[in-house]
Design a protein around this ligand. Structure first.
Ligand SMILES: Nc1ncnc2c1ncn2[C@@H]1O[C@H](COP(=O)(O)OP(=O)(O)OP(=O)(O)O)[C@@H](O)[C@H]1O
Ligand SMILES: [Mg+2]
Length: 275
């Protein structure tokens, strides 16, 4: 199995949204050749099930109880749910809140072990990651780690710290930027000192502003074609069929704060304003 882990450094940049869209697109591309499993492992409490209108159980809680000594595909699928909104995706609902966080801590190691053996494509929404947190074991086994961020200065700076921390752990993560304009990719990549795997366009309300069983992707409109294209590009990257959107020429480390400040400052400047 190939495991793609999605996470964020701070804020709510759109990790769950990208996870949902990516899982759906991977299932579409893999077709009958393989199944996709989307697992909500957000320690703050998952919202994948809520957004899909699924029940909170079975899910990560029941899976952790049943599988603390080992997980295989059968068990993973037995604790998942199906929805016509995400055809071909087995969805493992998340925990309800921080009070159940220990449940996820039990789950990560057997899940990381299972990830190596299973033919399933696993997409895991890890929510916000903390340094040295229990998610580290999953991040280390992931085929791809995607840190979702926005293009504003604060998000870029926090994401950059997270990427540097991950790199120190030997984890080569890439950023996914949710932004109005995909032309920010180069500057964000430069400021982060890390590749940007893709830019997901920010919608103008509509399809993202929902609370209930209907996932916005079910009702893609003409203006959402850019979103579909972006997710297609991201899926191709995850499947190893395309390179990252942008790879920085110079890897910026914590020893180059001026360069980062400069780049981040440019990102922050209102459109049209000259440097
Ligand atoms: N590309 C986008 N365009 C417009 N709105 C978006 C986009 N992605 C996410 N949003 C909106 O931003 C909010 C946060 O999105 P989401 O829940 O996916 O973020 P998150 O990073 O998973 O947050 P959290 O860490 O709190 O779980 C939601 O209201 C969502 O509808
Ligand atoms: Mg989320």
């Amino acid at each position: 199995m190939s495991l793609v882990a999605l996470c964020s450094a701070k804020g709510s940049p759109g990790t769950t949204t990208v996870s949902l869209l990516l899982a759906r697109e991977l299932a579409r591309r893999l077709g009958r050749t393989g199944g996709v499993c989307l697992l909500d492992a957000d320690p703050d409490g998952g919202d994948v099930a809520v957004r899909l209108g699924l029940d909170p159980v079975p899910g990560a809680g029941t899976l952790a109880l049943a599988g603390r000594h080992g997980i295989d595909d059968g068990l993973l699928l037995a604790h998942s749910q199906r929805t016509t909104t995400l055809p071909g995706v087995a969805v493992v609902a998340g925990i309800s809140g921080r009070a159940q966080q220990a449940t996820l801590d039990w789950l990560v190691r057997p899940l990381a072990d299972a990830a190596v053996r299973s033919p399933l494509q696993l997409v895991v929404d890890l929510g916000r990651i903390a340094a040295g947190g229990p998610a580290s074991v999953l991040l280390e086994r992931a085929g791809e780690v995607l840190v979702v961020c926005r293009s504003d200065t604060a998000s870029v700076v926090h994401t950059r710290s997270a990427l540097i921390r991950l790199r120190a752990q030997g984890i080569a993560a890439r950023a996914v930027v949710a932004a109005r304009d995909d032309r920010v990719a180069e500057e964000v990549s430069m400021a982060l000192g890390h590749p940007v795997a893709g830019v997901v366009p920010l919608g103008h309300g509509g399809p993202f502003d929902f609370a209930g069983p209907r996932l916005p992707v079910a009702s893609l409109r003409a203006e959402d074609r850019a979103l579909q294209r972006a997710i297609g590009g991201l899926a191709a990257f995850v499947l190893g069929q395309a390179p990252a959107l942008v790879t920085p020429q110079v890897a910026i480390t914590e020893h180059a704060p001026d360069a980062v400040r400069l780049a981040a400052g440019r990102l922050h400047r209102p459109e049209g304003e000259e440097p």
